[in-house]
Design a protein around this ligand. Structure first.
Ligand code: XIL
Length: 346
């Protein structure tokens, strides 16, 4: 199962791949620290941003995993019912192959970021099911063998811990199980994940995610991992609760992924804010890595030059480990330390 990602890292290491250190910001990059421990360390990006050399170089040097921030979402890939647009996704896959980064595909089903043609229609259950399976089969099939991890279902639990009444829920009672089975058929080796936000601590929402995953497992659905997005602020989640929560998902037989980490702070920020941010990064990652089922740690972007935070959280910014000039921040060092101190998982 997550052995997928483990094998992948092991293969890079066995091939003698070493992250280029020249001009690097520290003697051991995040990537090198992760690979020594059999871990994946990732960042989300848009393909257009890779035209900025500093962006591309930092990504290839510091990370061994990449998540397409937007370009595999329905709104991008499926502009109309009849047309597919894989251009951005293909560019990201090519970049990842060139620089030997694994890929975390994001995502196949989400209530948000869907094209207007899809959300406008009151599709029947049969049509919804058809759209869903056709989409998953096509996208996963196209990248079969190239995408190690897939977020099959994104954010389907609401704040009450119940399934959302999303457009996908019209597809019938076992629609999520069907989504995972379809993805598995299209690429039997891919590691399949349920991903959500606000489920880091033991709370109503994570109880809901836990119940969902338990029932999917009981139905025999090929779900292999759970993604904790970790879009956080302030002091971040309570770490004791986070550790306990991770463990209960691991006990279901799932691998654990931190999928979209960013720690937003009020801007302009003070040195104290950056120091506190670093402590939150360190706490999140060190706590997750204490659990042997944690296989990947991904930040939602890597430089403050490109982050969704300023436009989605008014007054906040500077949420990532590199500043807008691609210089490492205290949060970078905190990530590195947390990885260096973790036990190897080969
Ligand atoms: C965000 C992107 O970062 C933005 O560029 C986009 O406008 C909206 O989506 N949870 C997710 C991600 O699963 O896909 C979201 O990404 C952030 C929240």
């Amino acid at each position: 199962m997550i052995r997928r990602a483990g094998i992948l890292v092991a293969a890079f290491v066995a091939a003698g791949y070493a992250a280029p250190n020249e001009g690097s910001v520290s003697p051991i990059t995040l990537r090198a620290a992760a690979e020594r421990r059999g871990l994946l360390v990732g960042a989300a990006t848009m393909s257009g941003t890779l035209k900025d050399l500093r962006h591309a170089e930092t990504l290839a040097r510091e990370f061994n995993l990449v998540t397409p921030e937007n370009e595999m979402k329905w709104a991008f890939i499926r502009p109309t019912r009849q047309t597919w647009n894989f251009a951005g996704a293909d560019r990201l896959v090519a970049f990842a192959e060139k620089h030997k980064l694994a890929i975390h595909g994001h995502n196949l089903l989400w209530y948000a970021h869907n094209p207007p043609w899809l959300t406008a229609m009151p599709w029947t259950p049969a049509q919804t099911q058809q759209l869903m399976t056709e989409h998953i089969g096509t996208v996963v099939g196209r990248y079969r063998g190239k995408i190690a991890i897939w977020d099959v279902v994104n954010e389907e639990i609401n704040e009450q811990g119940l399934l959302r009444k999303s457009l996908w829920s019209r597809a019938g009672t076992n629609y999520l199980s069907l989504a995972f089975r379809t993805a598995h058929e299209a690429d039997p080796k891919a590691h399949l994940v349920y991903n959500d936000y606000g489920i880091e601590e033991v709370n109503r929402k994570s109880d809901g995610a836990y119940a969902l995953l338990k029932s999917l497992k009981a139905q025999g659905a090929p779900v292999h991992g759970v993604g904790f997005q970790c879009h956080v602020e302030g002091n971040g989640p309570d770490l004791e609760s986070f550790a306990r929560n991770l463990q209960r998902f691991a006990d279901l037989g799932l691998d654990l992924h931190l999928t979209e980490i960013d720690v937003r702070i009020k801007v302009p920020a003070t040195p104290q804010d950056y120091a506190r941010q670093a402590r939150v990064y360190r706490g999140l990652i060190a706590t997750a890595l204490k659990n042997p089922r944690t296989k990947s740690v991904t930040t939602w972007g890597h430089s403050d030059a490109h982050s969704w935070v300023p436009s989605f959280f008014k007054g906040f910014g500077d949420a990532l480990p590199f500043d807008a000039r691609y210089q490492p921040k205290p949060a970078y060092e905190a990530m590195r330390q947390a990885m260096m101190e973790s036990a190897p998982r080969h």
